[in-house]
Design a protein around this ligand. Structure first.
Ligand code: UD1
Ligand code: CA
Length: 459
């Protein structure tokens, strides 16, 4: 906990260049709003307060973050970053360290921010974060004197041709005491090409009164890149993915192509996990030792047991897959599914809210919903649990070692006893006793001498 630290996140901008009805800070990166990523970094510093300046689409933004720890500050008109910070200051104490973050700079690391706060505590009056870009266009440029001291920041739109050649840019992230910001911001004017109150003018004002301005250069420009349009959003998405994939590989995961794995949540792994191309992992995913995930699988909020094989193009959500189980290819495993060890969910099988016992096999083309399938059960191709009567869901219970013939319909609620056999094509509408064959089907008959119709000649 940093008792005198207040973090102000600027998030009122309209994000015109996104060309979207969605407020910019709600656009997803790794399936979470940009602002959520900024908040993660902010919270990691354990500040006393987090203030968010919102404006455009503010009520939607606020609704997405119902955290009582956040104080929301409304900026009805976007009159510039300096104006936004000024609105936030009354919610701070004079001696607070105020760290300003931008809602559209999502990848900044807590360690990088901590460096800025430390420089303030070590005596700087204004600490700012800069970076050096190959292409600085769009950013405010850092102007230094011969001794390398930062003099001021000039926005791209106000810069001269020579100033535009400077490649060191303002990341927008800066820190100062609340009282100091208040003093400088009361002098900032909107006399510039955009008619806005620039936060960046604080630098020249601080220098004018002999205050100590310190700039730290962020070494990884990706970390401090702002997102203004969909192209930059996609770039940042890739950068974020690269970080996650690097973490996984360092944890021992074999990733067949680091550019073709997407992590949109938190993944925990044991040794010797293999991930083939175009896998998407979302929410909380746990991968046991030696688990293999095939090409094109989507795994959401699930746990995959040790030695389990998920074959290509399977979608697994809210499920627990047991050790050494095999799922797919082309399986759809829906929430509430739990399979024991060595279970087998084959191709074109949809399964939801069901438990599948050890060694049970549902190998082809089945729908199993709201069911308890015992151990070593074999469910034939085309079997359907009719779990829904149009109003309510009902459960199907299948005892250990039962054998369900192909193309059976099990009209729930019902129980198939242990070791029972259900004949192929049966529509089962009552319980089947253990150990017996139950079958409901019309016997086939042969009509001797029957002739196929023949096509009439065209007239
Ligand atoms: C700003 C900086 C620029 C820096 C760049 C880094 C200023 C004047 N310029 O430019 O030096 O290189 O960021 O990304 O600060 N916002 C508000 N209220 C407002 C205006 C903006 O909350 O009235 C918020 C926006 O939602 C956004 C952030 O402040 O999160 C930055 O605003 P934006 O308009 O994107 O500034 P840039 O032109 O990118
Ligand atoms: Ca910006």
């Amino acid at each position: 906990m940093s008792p005198d630290l207040t973090i102000v996140i600027l998030a009122a901008g309209q994000g015109t260049r996104m060309r979207s009805a969605l407020p910019k800070v709600l656009h997803p990166l790794a399936s979470r709003p940009l602002l959520a990523h900024v908040l993660d970094s902010a919270r990691a510093l354990e500040p006393r307060r987090i203030l968010i300046v919102h404006g455009h689409g503010g009520e939607h933004v606020q609704a997405r973050f119902p955290d009582p720890e956040i104080t929301w500050i409304h900026q009805p008109e976007q009159r510039g970053t300096g104006h936004a910070v000024r609105l936030a200051l009354p919610a701070t104490a004079e001696n607070d360290s105020v760290l300003v973050l931008y809602g559209d700079v999502p990848l900044v690391r807590p360690e990088t921010l901590a460096r800025l706060v430390r420089s303030l505590n070590a005596g700087a009056d204004l600490a700012l974060m800069t970076t050096v870009l190959a292409d600085p266009s769009g950013y405010g440029r850092i102007l230094r004197d011969d001794q390398g001291r930062v003099l001021r920041i000039v926005e791209q739109k106000d810069a001269t041709e020579a100033e535009r050649h400077v490649r060191e840019v303002n990341t927008g992230i800066m820190a100062a005491r609340a009282g100091a910001f208040a003093g400088w911001l009361s002098q900032v004017t909107d006399d510039n090409s955009q008619g806005e109150y620039y936060l960046t003018d604080c630098v020249a004002l601080a220098n004018a009164e002999g205050a100590r301005v310190e700039a730290s250069v962020a070494h990884d420009p990706v970390e401090v890149m702002g997102i203004n349009d969909k192209r930059q959003l996609a770039e940042q998405e890739r950068a974020w993915q690269r970080r996650r994939v690097d973490d996984l590989m360092l944890a021992g995961v074999t990733v067949l192509d680091p550019a073709r794995l997407d992590v949109r949540g938190r993944v925990s792994v044991s040794r010797d996990v293999t991930l083939d191309v175009n896998v998407i992992l979302e929410g909380q995913v746990d991968l046991g030792e030696g688990a293999v995930v095939g090409a094109g699988c989507v795994i959401i909020d699930s746990s995959i047991g040790p030695g389990a094989h998920i074959l290509p193009h399977s979608v697994i959500e809210g499920a627990v897959i047991g050790a050494n189980a095999r799922v797919g290819p082309f399986a759809r495993v829906r929430p509430g599914t739990e399979t024991a060890a060595h279970a087998r969910i084959g191709n074109f099988v949809e399964i939801k809210n069901a438990s599948v016992g050890e060694g049970a096999k549902i190998n082809h083309l089945s729908y199993v919903g709201d069911a308890d399938v015992g151990r070593d059960v074999n469910i034939g191709a085309g079997t359907i649990t009719c779990n829904y009567d149009g109003a309510n869901k009902h459960r199907t219970v299948i005892g250990d070692r039962a054998f369900i013939g192909s193309n059976s319909s099990l009209v729930a609620p019902l129980t198939v006893g242990e070791d029972a056999t259900i004949g192929a094509g049966t529509t089962l509408n009552r319980d089947a006793p253990p150990g017996e064959l139950t079958v409901a089907r019309a016997d086939a008959r042969t009509i001797r001498g029957w002739k196929r119709p023949v096509r009439k000649p065209k007239t």
